[in-house]
Design a protein around this ligand. Structure first.
Ligand code: UDP
Length: 243
């Protein structure tokens, strides 16, 4: 098991492949260990660098993996290449598959009510042996402990939190101590993709590492958020130039 960590603007990435991390997570789930995993893209790294509270929460994660070609390019620029991009959506699919094979249970938190319902319905059909511990939409009262109590009681093996950044990592970090077990992972807009309300880029775009461009074309309102990509790469180049 490779425990090497690569520092990308103070976010410590685990130098792992998708297969490595899946093996690690499967073992931890079998041992009922509690795990907080962050799938970080340049947006997360840049946000953490402008929000100290968010940075501290990311630093509480047991594992941080590289979601997004920008992180891979950035790690190459500083001469410490991470092995491969691990899209959070793919990791989620792999975990659901393993969950169905091993009778794990899963809880789904986030997105609009009709989206999370549809996503759970699709997952039930696709992964029939996965136990659904519960689900809740992502527009809830943060001062209430209702959802946390439900998760604690139902003891799921997997907890997918689709609240977008920074809410999902903040929610997990803030509440982690309340839970006894489970893999907690922020999955952004994945429920929307599973429910079919948002489409993932065609495979050819994914293979060409152009998923970000496809998203930009489909949701032009994201352009402002995407400005962080070039800014991120400029910061990595500056680090390289400073030696
Ligand atoms: N979302 C939520 N609660 C909120 C805000 C957002 O559940 O208070 C959901 C939203 O419905 C979507 C997901 O979080 O399903 C991801 O949102 P967004 O696209 O803004 O985040 P990103 O994936 O870009 O991080």
């Amino acid at each position: 098991m490779n425990e090497t960590k690569i520092n990308v603007l103070n976010v410590m990435f685990n130098s792992v492949t998708k297969e490595n991390i899946l093996n690690i997570l499967t073992k931890r789930i079998a041992e009922n260990k509690k795990t907080f995993l962050v799938t970080a893209n340049p947006e997360i790294v840049m946000h953490a660098n402008s929000d100290q509270g968010y940075m501290e929460n990311i630093q509480k994660a047991d594992y941080v993996i590289a979601d997004g070609i920008g992180i891979i390019i950035g790690s190459k620029i500083i001469g410490q290449p991470l092995p491969e991009r691990i899209p959070g959506f793919e990791l989620m699919q792999e975990l659901l598959k393993k969950g169905s094979e091993s009778n794990w249970s899963a809880y789904f938190l986030g997105a609009k009510q009709e989206v999370v319902e549809k996503a759970v319905e699709t997952i039930r059909k696709q992964y029939p042996n996965l136990q659904i511990a519960g689900y809740h939409d992502g527009f809830f009262d943060w001062d209430s402990n209702m959802i946390q109590d439900e998760i604690k009681k139902s003891k799921p093996d997997l907890i997918f939190v689709a609240l977008g950044l920074p809410r999902q990592e903040n929610f997990i970090a803030k509440n982690l101590a309340k839970f006894d077990k489970g893999l907690f992972i922020g999955v952004g807009g994945s429920f929307d993709v599973i429910a079919g309300t948002v489409k993932r880029a065609p495979v050819i775009w994914q293979k060409l590492n152009l998923e970000w461009l496809y998203r930009l074309i489909k949701q032009p309102s994201r352009w402002r958020r995407m400005l962080v990509l070039p800014l991120f790469l400029i910061r990595m180049l500056k680090i390289k130039l400073k030696g």
